[in-house]
Design a protein around this ligand. Structure first.
Ligand code: FAD
Length: 304
């Protein structure tokens, strides 16, 4: 790593904002782990933390429970994800009202994936919102919310081309979205080219890169294939042979994520959204390296 990057690290933290994404836990053990993660990341003062949403009653309740707990037991600002899947417009409106009654002011509005699974054909629910753009409109009608939406640097797998994909983003922005969070990616050139395309289309909201620290390369590679994210050969090479070596895998993952984020900082990016997978360690380490620190931690004591 070159000297100028290192020497500039200490003053960039103040300009950088981060957010963290969690998923609602299914078991008591997962709940305890999530709460450890929340408590470890809270002192980093993220802009917000978001909680994902799944179709079906029990998943929905878990999201609501998690958001409520964050509101009641932390100083963090939660953003509730919401999808159009398997619900009528009225049902979605009711969920929005329930979140609003809890005190939620931020949402991440998504179409969602087919209940049958990623890769299956998406069919809107009868009487439901057809896509994320319609959902953004519903949120806007329901209150003065901060609304984020998705963006796809490698385009959504269902989009025939980038023009169609970016047209959908434009519809979401026209309906009231003020921030887009990207699908994870590993090649920063793809992100930069995508942002150029988005700007050329007259879209000026922040396109916040979604950073996925690689907790488990095999899982990430499988998931990437399903959601259309490219895994570069150099990334596979870095994790090659580490499946049975958790400690080295974590060290490499931390280096890879830090390298990606620091390169984006060099390119002028100042907001980052971390897909934490409910684990604090890698996101915390990367934040530390870009100068995002808990107030009482200074460089000298950390080095001692
Ligand atoms: P949209 O923005 O509505 O559409 C995505 C793309 O699909 C568009 O760009 C468009 O080109 C294409 N498309 C859509 N409709 C049509 C059509 N009729 N004809 C042609 N092309 C079309 N999933 C969850 O279930 N829960 C979550 O909490 C969740 N959180 C996410 C957070 C982020 C930041 C991201 C990036 C994704 C998340 N997802 C989540 C996954 C997301 O639901 C899927 O990627 C889903 O397939 C698309 O949802 P969307 O809101 O991006 O869709």
């Amino acid at each position: 790593m070159n000297e100028s990057r290192l020497s500039r690290r200490s003053d960039i933290g103040a300009k950088i904002r981060v957010s963290f994404e969690f998923f609602p836990p299914k078991t008591d053990e997962m709940e305890a782990r999530l709460w450890d993660t929340v408590q470890r990341l809270e002192p980093l003062s993220p802009d917000f933390v978001s909680v994902t949403y799944g179709a079906g009653g029990s998943t929905r309740e878990r999201t609501q429970r998690t958001v409520r707990r964050i509101l009641e037991e932390s100083n963090l600002v939660p953003a509730a994800h919401l999808t159009c899947v398997d619900a009528t417009g009225e049902e979605v409106d009711r969920v929005i009202a329930e979140f609003a009654a809890m005190g939620v002011k931020r949402f991440v509005a998504l179409r969602g994936d087919p209940a049958a699974g990623v890769g299956e054909r998406y069919l809107p629910h009868e009487g439901g919102y057809v896509n994320a753009a319609e959902l953004v409109g519903a949120l806007k009608r329901a209150g003065d919310f901060d609304i984020s939406v998705s963006a796809y640097p490698e385009k959504h797998p269902e989009s025939p081309d980038f023009a169609t994909d970016i047209e959908m983003l434009k519809r979401k922005v026209d309906n009231g979205a003020t921030r887009a969070i990207t699908q994870f990616f590993f090649d920063n050139d793809l992100y930069e080219r995508y942002v150029e395309r988005v700007r050329r289309a007259g879209i000026y909201i922040p396109i916040v890169p979604g950073i996925l620290p690689v907790h488990n390369f095999t899982q990430v590679a499988n998931f990437s294939a399903r959601c259309g994210a490219h895994v570069p050969a150099w990334l596979a090479e870095r994790f090659d042979g580490l499946q049975g070596d958790a400690q080295t895998h974590a060290l490499v993952a931390s280096a890879v994520a830090a390298e990606q984020v620091m390169d984006l900082v060099e390119r002028g990016v100042s907001d980052f959204h971390f897909y934490t997978m409910n684990r604090a360690d890698l996101a915390f380490a990367v934040c530390h390296m870009i100068g995002i620190r808990a107030p009482h931690t200074d460089g000298a004591s950390a080095a001692a």
